[in-house]
Design a protein around this ligand. Structure first.
Ligand code: SF4
Length: 348
């Protein structure tokens, strides 16, 4: 019933047109923190630039980060390349088919391993992401917190029972039952069984849905407790000299490692004070500063305010870790999203 609905209603997404485990892996990693609509052009560009595991293993760090620029959570892309190099070295450049070997690759957890093995190799491996948690919590009317270990284990068991059962049924010709079952659960959660106002009258599993029968579908799954947020403030300086801009690359081991940015530092609020002292701590002796833009964004539980200023510096010759690049050269570098916005604000 559910699989039949999926075969007739599945969205035509580029990673669904292939059984190539490499392409499915890339799409699953992209989709971990990114909406489908945003991921599509990135995925298509990636597959044109890097069509094979070997091409991913070989690409330079700069080009790799540029392909991911704007998607955030850059550890994902570095783990993709680490895994590609392991696949080339340990598996003769063939994507491994055993669940344990897939799970052993950097950045691949139980959900991603289950998705790759079921979708690419039609193995009865369960998956449990936010969409599937919502569907199963509602169908089985699970009223406890899905993050709580016992409930989470129960959800994995249910996901496994469903895909194992699908593997035993005789499918219509051309249907890969484990792949179709897992993808239908994800698709149902993404399109009909949505967090708010689920479209129950259109749903293929409505007759079997415990939450719908009890009228509690909008209350499930139980919402997770949100962690407390922390405000953080940064000052950044856009220093221009003879049509070149001063930038630096974030070092290894930091958030957004290898990405480029304008000189900046964390400060205590308010942002309008201590500009000169903050710049001096970074080795910049600034003059003639003017406010450029103020940006707000969130990274995990942090609510970040970044105030950028244009400035000139008087100690050009003594700057240690800075690089001077033209606008055209900057366009070829991978920037964090906030610093890409600073550049846009500066050159509008
Ligand atoms: S009947 Fe409604 S709540 Fe139940 S699975 Fe379908 S869309 Fe979700």
């Amino acid at each position: 019933m559910l699989v039949g609905w999926f075969e007739q209603n599945a969205r035509d997404l580029p990673w669904r047109r292939t059984n190539d485990p490499y392409a499915i892996w890339v799409s699953e990693i992209m989709l971990q923190q990114t909406q489908v609509r945003t991921a599509i052009p990135y995925f298509e560009r990636w597959m044109r630039a890097l069509p094979t595991v070997e091409s991913l293993a070989r690409i330079s760090s700069g080009r790799l980060h540029k392909l991911w620029e704007g998607l955030g959570y850059y550890t994902r892309v570095r783990n993709l390349q680490k895994s590609a190099r392991m696949i080339c070295q340990d598996h003769n450049a063939q994507f491994p088919q055993q669940y344990d070997a897939v799970r052993a690759l950097p950045g691949i957890g139980p959900y991603t391993a289950g998705a790759i093995c079921s979708i690419a190799f039609n193995q009865p491996t369960p998956i449990l992401d936010g969409n599937v948690i919502r569907v199963l919590s509602r169908v089985f009317a699970i009223t406890s917190d899905p993050k709580e270990p016992r409930t989470n284990t129960l959800l994995w068991q249910l996901a496994e029972a469903l895909v194992t059962r699908a593997a035993r049924l005789s499918p219509p010709s051309g249907c890969l039952p484990c792949s179709a079952l897992n993808q239908s659960l994800m698709e149902l959660g993404a399109t009909l069984c949505t967090p708010r106002s689920p479209s129950c009258p259109l749903c293929p599993v409505q007759p079997h849905c415990g939450a719908r029968q009890r009228g509690i579908q909008e209350q499930l799954p139980l919402p997770a407790r949100r962690p407390a947020t922390t405000q953080r403030h940064f000052l950044a300086f856009l220093v221009e000299h003879k049509e070149r801009y001063l930038v630096r690359q974030r070092p290894d081991g930091m958030v957004n490692a290898h990405l480029w940015e304008f000189p900046n530092a964390e400060v205590k609020a308010p942002l309008s004070t201590k500009l000169d002292a903050t710049a001096r701590k970074m080795g910049l002796r600034i003059i003639d500063r003017k406010p450029l833009c103020t940006l707000k964004h969130s990274i995990t539980r942090y609510r970040i305010t970044l105030a950028a200023h244009r400035a000139e510096v008087v100690n050009l010759g003594t700057l240690a870790d800075g690089h001077w690049f033209t606008r055209r050269q900057l366009d070829r570098l991978a920037f964090t999203s906030a610093h890409r916005q600073i550049l846009r604000a500066a050159t509008l």
